[in-house]
Design a protein around this ligand. Structure first.
Ligand code: PBG
Length: 326
């Protein structure tokens, strides 16, 4: 018998490049950014290397991202408590922090793809993604709030609105409101399969958006479930979503692969705040090589089936890829 030698395909960098199955380039990445009212950047302790920035700082960072080949940013507003209320009123103010940021970005960087988050939590005094009534999150009365928020973001110039709330029927409600308002070209990136995960902790520090009572388990998915993901995919497809997201990323590679197999739509993965924080913390202790682990994490998300990846490490990854020649 002729000995089988898989190692022959690993003998040199050239051979390895030729047989590489998965690619990772900056064009696959979306950089999430936190905007606040102050002009002073403010570090986020649980997310080393990330900070809340004023609008000018956001424009500078986005310019850098674009120059590195990262096509898109995803914006999250960090509002003071005084601006929050139970119905997320600030989310539809055309002069609010987020619309002003979107306008500044589109004016300075017309080619940049601007993704905006549609959910109540950054604006809600309850810290929930939906409307809280008598201790429960009510679904159907949340939908008009989300739809109005998406229209306000589109009016400011958002290219992609990204509902991250997991209410039932929100994609249809948002699509129909956008179309009625004339924003037929604004795309919807649905956080389609979003789990009730402990890995969002650092993000909630960044926005001070942790739920003031209870948790998000009545709307975000149980980490134990994967068949349920198939239902969410079918629904969001039928409601008109343009991209489908799975979130978090690395602990849910099996889910990404399942969603990839089910849909013809682009699949996004969110390498979330806790995943980023783990790498940074281990690297700070000298236990892991941050740069190599970051690239391996992102490559693994791509291998599982993600077309695009939201990651706080987008700038670092793009710089490393440029250095290594891609
Ligand atoms: C909330 C939202 C969350 C994230 C994005 N949008 C957190 C949550 O559901 O509480 C998490 C992102 C991250 O952890 O990086 N609408």
């Amino acid at each position: 018998m002729i000995p089988v030698r898989p190692r022959r395909n690993r003998t040199s960098a050239g051979i390895r490049a030729l047989v590489r199955e998965t690619s990772l380039t900056p064009s696959h990445l979306v950089l999430p950014l936190f905007v606040h009212e102050s002009t002073q950047p403010q570090a986020i302790a649980s997310m080393p290397g990330c900070c809340r920035q004023g609008i000018d700082g956001i424009v500078t960072t986005a310019r850098e991202a674009l120059a590195l080949g990262i096509p898109a940013v995803a914006l999250f507003p960090a509002l003071p408590d005084a601006a929050k209320d139970p119905t997320a009123k600030a989310s539809t103010d055309p002069e609010g922090l987020l619309p002003r940021t979107v306008r500044a970005l589109k004016a300075a960087l017309p080619a940049l793809v601007v993704v905006t988050d549609v959910a109540m939590d950054p604006y809600s005094s309850d810290g929930h993604d939906g409307l809280l009534r008598d201790g429960r999150i009510v679904n159907d009365d949340t939908l008009p709030i989300l739809a109005a928020m998406a229209v306000a973001q589109a009016r400011a110039g958002a290219d992609v609105v990204a509902p991250s709330d997991m209410m039932d029927g929100r994609v249809a409600a948002i699509r129909s409101a956008l179309d009625s308002a004339g924003f037929t070209d604004v795309a919807i990136c649905s956080y389609c399969v979003k789990y009730a995960s402990a890995f969002y902790g650092p993000f909630r520090d960044a926005l001070d958006s942790a739920p003031r009572s209870g948790d998000k388990k009545t709307y975000q998915m149980d980490p134990a479930n994967v068949r349920e993901a198939a239902r969410e995919v079918a629904l969001d497809e039928s409601e008109g979503a343009d991209w489908l997201m799975v979130k978090p990323g690395l602990p849910y590679l099996d889910v990404i692969a399942r969603v990839r197999a089910q849909t013809a739509l682009p699949v996004a993965a969110y390498h979330v705040s806790g995943e980023y924080a783990m790498l940074k913390a281990a690297a700070a202790n000298g236990w892991l090589d941050y740069e190599r682990c970051l690239l391996e994490s992102l490559l693994s998300l791509r291998r599982a089936g993600a077309d695009l990846i939201f990651t706080y490490g987008a700038l670092d990854a793009a710089r490393l890829l440029a250095k290594s020649g891609g």
